[in-house]
Write a protein that binds this ligand. Structure first.
Ligand code: CIR
Length: 254
């Protein structure tokens, strides 16, 4: 069984952190409806959705992906790169405790889950404005007993590694090659985003199905022409907060 942990949209989402985007007004009610449809898409793909209560004072708390890295063996509770987001992990640790043994990143390490791309036993971590080498060193130590390799990856032009690249099939990555170097990922095939849709590289793979934003129709067509099964969701309001589809859930084997 797959579990998906989500969290309701904060009424303060308009005060979210922004790095590469200009601030736009976010319609909170619309964001909530879109988030609910995203949860319905997860449920339709077989996930048991566990939605955590709203954190009214934490604007970015809907983006639960950033708070933890959940592997089959253990879960790592992150230490978020943005100070305003650091308190988000407390309730996530509580929610994950029944499922996994927990390890926690400590200062000076910082890492956002959006920077962590797990491909089998290799874990790529974006060296971004949010995630640093001390956190990578701690992850290596936590994961060595389970035979994972952890590799730092330079990203530029975007917030997180998974803004630039995500897995869309067993051996295929969807990538914006302007933001991350393809050569780093060994033995993988690549699908590139349409150049007019630089933010289109973030897809959420559930089994063999993708949850994908309806905002990037040209890249969507590329995915479908590649034979991939794509379920679109409208997450336009969450995109204004520099989020997309991987960031709104923590999906793992229950
Ligand atoms: C932030 O800047 O932290 C939030 N406004 C957006 C986080 C999106 N997270 C993700 O893609 N994993």
């Amino acid at each position: 069984m797959r579990i998906a942990i989500t969290r309701q949209v904060s009424p303060q989402i308009g005060q979210c952190e922004l790095t590469h985007l200009e601030r736009q007004v976010i319609d909170v009610e619309l964001a909530r409806r879109q988030h609910h449809q995203y949860e319905e898409a997860l449920a339709a793909l077989g996930c048991q959705v566990h939605c955590l209560p709203v954190e009214p004072d934490l604007p970015d708390s809907v983006f639960v992906e950033d708070t933890a890295v959940v592997l089959d063996e253990i879960a790592i509770i992150t230490r978020l790169g943005a100070d305003s987001r650091k308190p988000e992990t407390t309730s996530i640790a509580r929610a994950l405790e029944p499922y996994r043994q927990l390890c926690t990143i400590t200062a000076p390490g910082t890492v956002d889950g959006g920077d962590v791309l797990c491909l089998g036993k290799t874990i790529y971590v974006g060296l971004s404005s949010r995630s640093n080498q001390p956190a990578i060193d701690q992850m290596m130590a936590f994961l060595k007993p389970y035979r994972y390799t952890v590799k730092g990856v330079r990203v530029s032009g975007c917030l997180h590694l998974k803004s630039a690249v995500t897995q869309v099939a067993d051996n295929t990555l969807l990538i914006n090659p302007e933001w991350v170097e393809m050569g780093i990922f060994k033995d993988m095939h690549f699908l590139e985003v349409d150049p007019s849709e630089p933010y289109g590289a973030n897809a959420l793979l559930i089994g063999i199905n993708l949850i994908y934003p309806s905002s990037y129709p040209r890249t969507q067509r590329r995915l479908e022409e590649h034979g991939l099964s794509v379920k679109t969701v409208d997450v336009s309001e969450l995109i204004k907060a520099e989020g997309a589809v991987t960031c709104c859930s923590l999906v793992f084997k229950g």
